[in-house]
Design a protein. Structure first.
Length: 580
């Protein structure tokens, strides 16, 4: 496969450097507050100096492969990594005394167990070019090292104390380690849509291993964390060479990003297809890489009919079978859905989790094991604040915030990840949505996050990125009608959310008045919740941020309920295709 060199398309040298955090978060408009550009390198659990001894990690461990089987991310429980202890294979797991490391089996990844002079451990890597990886090392001095790849595909959640380290890609596996405390800063971020990508979670006892992070756990000393150095990106657009074809160049790079996605001739790959430009362009490239099935959510309201028409035109043009799920039948906060206090779920999960859970189940039943998404398309095609001439501003603060929550917003940028290889807003989407794919037995791939694709798109002249013009031109060249390339209405879930609040808010607000961790921790004002309850009973419209408050409150209750059973982290992590 011929790989396009950027210099064949663009003139001059690329201006490479570290963008400000403000510009990076502004790539996902709107809803992200400007950041001060500082980076954090201290540990949440160990505020002292980072332990700087380096462990040279093999690349990859190959002396004892997992019998040719392929895995995804890990679940593990390690109790006092005693030097000299013997790790042996037991079914899907590796075990030593009371410790275990269990991979989640999946054909999209390779895994191997190996050893060297420093210790032993497991390495997990995506098979495709520039794929993500995770390494866990059991060092001979008794420490455990974790190193996350730059892709951030499936964040690892970790709970650590003096004698035990537990981790999983599924936050709900750590429900028994939550404790009774909440992070005012993280809660305030979620309540106000000032989202930040960082090690911190709603629960101070739980740490998220973000993209590129290096962590060390030592029995008796706890966990130390270090973010990676800031990633470098193209800072300014470049000029196209005379006669250059940026559409052909972009197409070649997408094709390269999709290489290796299909592991066998009979494998079925799903592509999420909203009817928008991002997913349509992914589908166009993916059609040449194996058997495809498309899937999408039918949104409610004014834009739903136009969305369904666009998706029908795309699937017909590409001759793709398509699975669809009605958002009305799976509304956010549905009391019969997956987001209820009796079912543990993560507090920063997908806004439309119920509908996408149903879609993931459909795609899994159709035989898919891998899903291609359009995540990252907004970010790589966006304009910087300077190019737009305006700065991105967050929503106004909701009146139900307490003084404690408002004060916490002073630290909204504290302890955040520096600029990463993948755009920070995209990594937030991964953290919110990807664990649900893994629970359904699906491995998500976002081709727009491929480093070559991202670099090329960031180099494009402003007029080719404005309104995603390059993506429109590509679809036009292929022969799609104007209804697809230049639709009169964009896809929007706004009407779906308004319907969900009209149907369910009165019951859920009443439930908050009976029991609410946000009220109990002095982060939400009870009197304002009472006002909202009165408003919805009078059929007055509710502001959108009410959803964020309700969803967060329910999720925290689901993770902290005293009756919740603690899942066994040692159980083999084999996905069930039927699980929604």
């Amino acid at each position: 496969m011929n790989i396009v060199n950027d210099d064949e398309i663009f003139e001059g040298e690329a201006a490479i450097g570290v963008p400000t955090l403000a510009d990076e978060y502004a790539r996902k408009a709107p809803g992200h507050q400007d950041s001060n550009g500082t980076t954090a390198r201290r540990s949440k659990h160990n505020r002292g100096r980072w332990h700087r001894r380096r462990c040279h990690l093999p690349r990859p461990f190959l002396d004892r492969p997992f019998d040719g089987r392929r895995t995804a991310m890990l679940k593990f429980a390690i109790t006092s990594n005693t030097p000299g202890q013997t790790w042996t294979r037991h079914g899907a797991s590796w075990r030593a005394d009371r410790s275990s490391i269990t991979p989640f089996l999946h054909p999209a990844l390779d895994s191997s167990w190996g050893s060297d002079a420093y210790g032993e451990g497991i390495s997990v890597r995506e098979r495709r070019p520039h794929g993500d990886h995770l390494e866990l090392r059991l060092i001979r001095d008794g420490s455990v090292q974790l190193r996350a790849g730059n892709g951030g595909v499936a964040p690892l959640y970790v709970a650590a104390d003096d004698d035990r380290l537990i981790g999983s890609w599924d936050l709900t596996d750590l429900v028994g380690r939550i404790g009774g405390e909440l992070s005012p800063v993280v809660v305030a971020r979620l309540l106000t849509r000032r989202h930040r990508y960082s090690h911190d979670t709603v629960f101070p006892a739980i740490t998220r291993l973000t993209a590129g992070t290096h962590a060390v756990w030592r029995p008796g000393s706890g966990l130390s964390l270090r973010y990676p150095d800031p990633a470098h990106h193209v800072l300014r657009p470049r000029t196209l060479r005379a006669g250059a074809d940026p559409i052909a160049g972009f197409t070649a790079l997408l094709d390269h990003a999709l290489a290796g996605v299909v592991s066998g001739p009979e494998e079925i790959v799903a592509v999420e297809m909203s009817g928008g430009l991002d997913s349509a362009n992914i589908a166009v490239s993916a059609i040449h890489h194996g058997a495809l099935v498309a899937g999408g959510i039918d949104v409610y309201g004014r834009t739903g009919r136009a969305q369904r028409q666009r998706r029908s035109l795309i699937s017909a043009h590409l001759r793709l079978p398509i699975e669809t799920v009605s958002a009305v039948e799976h509304l956010p906060l549905d009391p019969d859905g997956s987001r209820v206090p009796s079912r543990p779920h993560q507090p920063d999960g997908d806004v439309y989790q119920e509908a996408f859970d149903a879609l993931r189940a459909r795609l899994s039943r159709a035989g898919a094991r891998t899903v291609l998404t359009g995540y990252g398309g907004d970010e790589i095609m966006s304009r910087t604040s300077a190019e737009r001439g305006v700065s991105t501003t967050p929503p106004p603060l909701p009146p139900w915030l307490t003084d404690r929550a408002r004060a916490a917003l002073a630290d909204v940028d504290a302890g955040c990840s520096p600029v990463t290889a993948v755009a920070l807003p995209t990594l937030l989407v991964f953290a919110a949505r990807h664990p649900a794919y893994l629970r359904a037995g699906l491995w998500p791939i976002a081709p727009y996050t491929d480093p070559r694709v991202s670099r090329f798109a960031r180099s494009l002249p402003v007029d080719r990125r404005t309104g995603k013009e390059l993506l429109r031109q590509r679809l036009t060249r292929i022969g799609f009608p104007r209804a697809v390339t230049h639709p009169d209405q964009r896809e929007s879930f706004a009407d779906t959310m308004h319907l969900a609040l009209r149907r369910h808010a009165v019951t859920l607000l009443s439930g908050m008045l009976d029991q609410s961790p946000l009220i109990e921790h002095d982060l939400v004002r009870r009197d304002k919740v009472e006002q909202l309850w009165c408003h919805v009973r009078q059929q007055r419209p509710l502001p959108p941020l009410v959803f964020d408050m309700l969803a967060l409150d329910i999720a925290i209750r689901s993770m902290t309920a005293t009756t919740t059973a603690t899942p066994s982290i040692e159980e083999p992590c084999v996905p069930s295709p039927q699980r929604a």
